[in-house]
Design a protein around this ligand. Sequence first.
Ligand code: UDP
Length: 446
Amino acid sequence: MAVEEAKSHCVVLIPSPFTGHITPMLQLAYVLHAKGFSIVINHSELNPPDTSNHPEFTFFPLKDGLSNRDPSFSNLFNIIPEMNTNCRGPFRQYLVEMMEEKTELYGKISCIVYDHLMYFVNEVADHLKLPSILLRPSSCAYMEAVCAFFQLRAENHFPLPESQLLDPVPKVPVLRFKDLPFALTSEIPEHVLKLLEKVADLGSSVAIIWNTMGDLENRALSWLQQYYQVPIFTIGPLHKMASSSLTSLAEEDANCISWLDTQAPNSVLYVSLGSIVVMDENELIETAWGLFNSNRPFLWVVRSSNDLPDGYLEAVGDRGRIVKWAPQKEVLAHPAIGGFWSHCGWNSTLESILEGVPMICRPCFGDQNVNARYLTHVWKVGLELGTDDLTRGVVERAIRKLMVEEEGEELRLRIHDMKQKLQMSFRDGGSSRNSLKSLTEFMSSL
Ligand code: UDP
């Protein structure tokens, strides 16, 4: 496709408002903009992007009345359906106006790309006879696990006795039942099941864009290709494919970088559980003392630092830094970082792999369990910390294993090797670059 031709095309993007979702959508916006598409972004009023950081794009807020809601985990299963109900009308109205009045400004709408949590889009696009493409910000492995879960459910496998939780899942034997998206020993609430069904469903979308690499997830990708029967474009990792990194929603504490500059290579453990997971009080205290007792330098993201033990910061002194939000990609790329204790969100997983930083895996919910299992048992670049209650002794031992002992060094060498191979994907002629070329041709043909 000639770039001049693409300039007459506009792509409308609908991100969901959670950091781990809006970030890859904004990265995709940069990728498509660099290919000549004009970009319109319709976003929720909850957690909106800072539009002044992205003057290249046109932003339009969807009046969903959710700006004051707390997007923490306990609220997600209520907020997501509400957001889908509330956004439908405003989005439809915006598209109608755009098609009637604004074609000259932005070009013809080529297609609508939507985050898989914003499933209302599919219905609106159908109604207006516009093609829609789904963006999956999760791993292929996770969606394969979700599909396996629904198949097993249809075959009446659940609820499952406790004693079977560690058994391999038929069809995806690398996973144990406990790695599937839900606790399977009790009935799953109907509204939660419905939501998962909607997220897994492709509706009438004509293709899927996946923030992953064919070179990383070949097996799960082939399976999903059979399952969905539409073109799948694997153009990840989007943070490396995009020309801009200005996509953080929260204010980053850049001071930690100058502190990292004073630390020895591979000596610092970076600890972050992403944007949604919160540690309970006991876990926070055990983690704090485990980090302290390990005697290793650490950089720890604690989004709310109120509950740290009294006197803790003084005791740690210059051996550690605690920040509310770190410039994570820059941190992981810093030579002083020798390990990453992570909740294994998909963005964090990709960012860590692509910087060659071995991980301590402490997943909490949803896709994190699947990603952690792949990190520890398939790619073998992470240590399993499990999901049981933490004690300071367990924390200290895991840190020593990763940062000091031979096992950690083996993981470091392996992930370094993985990084070297995978970075070919987003270079000229690599699998993600080729997939992006196919995607832009596909979009221009719609
Ligand atoms: N992140 C960051 N600073 C922090 C913690 C996280 O910039 O202090 C970014 C991280 O780089 C990643 C995103 O927030 O891009 C978190 O996404 P992920 O999918 O890992 O987890 P989620 O927040 O969705 O649980």
